[in-house]
Design a binder for this molecule. Structure first.
Ligand code: ZN
Ligand code: ZN
Length: 68
């Protein structure tokens, strides 16, 4: 008899489903025009980016100025 022990399969961490079209400003799917941060290439809705700019907010990820 083959008495070799088979190692348990490696437990993979749950894959985080990064949605490319996820806006970090309103925490939902990007709708309409897309604004891309020049610093980190994170995508936001153009509307959210405009709002953030008016409120003198920065990129959530890299704190880059919102340049529209
Ligand atoms: Zn950024
Ligand atoms: Zn948004």
């Amino acid at each position: 008899m083959n008495n070799k022990r088979t190692p348990p399969p490696p437990v993979l961490p749950p894959s985080i489903n990064i949605n490319e079209n996820f806006c970090l400003l309103h925490k939902g799917d990007i709708q309409g025009e897309i604004y891309t941060c020049p610093g980190c290439k994170t995508k936001y809705c153009m509307k959210c980016a405009e709002k953030a700019k008016n409120e003198a907010k920065l990129c959530v990820k890299c704190k880059h100025l919102i340049l529209i």
